[in-house]
Design a protein around this ligand. Structure first.
Ligand code: FAD
Length: 318
């Protein structure tokens, strides 16, 4: 029911507007979204940095249909890179290619990505290309490869999703090329022919990918709130003789803050993904829509869990 409602709202602007005026929705949203503008997001980054947590800024939006919207998304990324450099914040930026116009034309999207990466390189910044629905994976990887060639591994990185059945080879290729990879389980509700759907299968694929990325990857980044996977990554890193500061954990802003703090205390770099922007409700509703049935039922539990201080993390990494 909750997912149906969220799905409906995504395609009905008037329902969206009504939904965001509901007091409960706004209160819930501000736990997970930094605010409606860059100023608020930079404030959130400063607070995170003061706690030893790095940040990734993301101007919320996807699937734009007009060129001005794609240009505006690139402008927003450029402005956040500029302000990050100016304020010397410990932060980088994530972009989604459908926000930069991939649904309109590859040329438009490529031009916007190039603008963003030029800005990043100029200011010594870093841009991560988020991975979206499976229909975009091939084109995203192709564009990332081109971007890596023109701008280098220190300016642009990528996200790989472990739940994809047919892309098991991507990780080894990118690791061998020195690409900077953020590894995730995968965040979209897709057909069973395309992705693993069972939690056990997704987790097994994720742990296997962690083995390969942590042991051999350059600046490996594991994005998860799953303590089992985090423990596993810590063990793999220790076995490979990696220093703790070489293994980055990434989590969503507002999710499991005590776990984030505990990892920082243990000496691991932690980065929070900080969404902001006037379309914040798409992020919040999109999260609900993408949650599989079981996870949806756990949403209440999760929110409760966030308030607990131990957050399921007892440290204990080797
Ligand atoms: C920094 C970051 C960047 C990401 N980028 C992408 C991307 O580019 N492309 C993509 O497809 N996916 C992305 N994802 C989403 C990812 O693919 C997963 O869908 C998401 O992280 C949930 O999986 P999990 O690894 O946390 O494990 P799960 O097994 O889903 O969750 C483990 C536990 O963490 C807690 N938890 C998980 N999520 C939440 C939440 N939202 N709120 C509260 N508690 C929660 C719950 O207690 C849960 O039991 C990103 C995730 C993060 C953290």
């Amino acid at each position: 029911m909750l997912r149906q409602l969220a799905s409906l709202t995504l395609h009905q602007p008037w329902i969206k507007k009504a939904a965001v005026t509901l007091p409960g929705v706004r209160d819930l949203a501000w736990r997970f979204v930094a605010g409606e503008d860059l100023e608020a997001a930079l404030g959130a980054v400063r607070t995170l940095n003061a706690r030893g947590i790095k940040a990734t800024l993301n101007y919320v939006g996807t699937h734009v249909r007009t060129e001005p919207e794609a240009v505006a998304a690139a402008d927003a990324a450029l402005e956040s890179l500029r302000r990050i450099a100016q304020q010397r914040l410990d932060a980088n930026v994530s972009v989604k290619l459908t926000h930069l116009g991939l649904d309109i034309s590859e040329d438009l999207c490529r031009a916007q990505l190039r603008r963003v990466l030029d800005g990043a390189r100029q200011g010594g910044g870093f841009v991560r290309v988020d991975m979206e629905e499976s229909a975009y994976v091939e084109r995203t990887l192709r564009m990332f490869e081109d971007a890596r060639e023109t701008h280098g591994n220190d300016t642009v990185g990528i996200v790989l999703q472990s739940y994809l059945r047919s892309r098991r080879g991507d990780l080894d290729g990118l690791v061998a090329a020195g690409a900077r990879v953020r590894l995730v389980k995968g965040g979209y509700w897709e057909a069973a022919a395309v992705v693993y759907r069972k939690r056990a299968d997704i987790d097994a694929a994720f742990l296997g990918d962690i083995d390969r990325l942590v042991a051999r990857g350059r600046h490996p980044a594991i994005a998860t709130h799953d303590t089992n996977a985090i423990h596993h990554a810590c063990r793999v890193a220790a076995d490979a003789g990696l220093e703790r500061r070489a293994l980055e954990f990434q989590m969503l802003y507002g999710v499991r803050p005590a776990l984030q703090a505990a990892l920082v205390r243990d000496g691991y770099p932690v980065r929070a993904y900080v969404p902001y922007g006037s379309r914040w409700y798409e992020y919040v509703l999109g999260c609900i829509r993408r949650l599989p049935g079981g996870a949806l039922r756990q949403l209440g539990e999760r929110l409760g869990e966030r308030r607990r201080s131990d957050e399921g993390w007892g440290g204990g990494c080797p």
